[in-house]
Design a protein. Structure first.
Length: 90
């Protein structure tokens, strides 16, 4: 079993781990709910070339997704709060 990533596989940055922890805290998620944060190329004109997608995937229930139009390394906890809390899962 490998304890280090295979060549070409990047580990999440410490900032992305902090964002995941912030999502868990802001939404009061349990350990059975997965939080996935991905950085994707944005194809929409007028937006940053990279966007950050936050997904909350509960074991039982509906998945939720938010998009922030900036690279993950630039997303702050305040931006997460402003984006997630108005449309938080019930």
């Amino acid at each position: 079993m490998y304890l280090e990533p295979r060549p070409g596989i990047a580990w999440p940055s410490p900032h992305v781990r902090e964002l995941k922890d912030a999502v868990r805290a802001l939404l009061g998620l349990d350990d059975d709910t997965a939080v996935r944060i991905r950085q994707l190329v944005c194809g929409e004109g007028g937006h940053a070339p990279l966007e950050t997608v936050v997904e909350v995937l509960p074991m039982d229930g509906e998945a939720h997704r938010w998009t922030l139009h900036r690279p993950a390394e630039q997303v702050t906890e305040n931006e997460l709060r402003a984006t997630l809390l108005p449309r938080r899962p019930r």
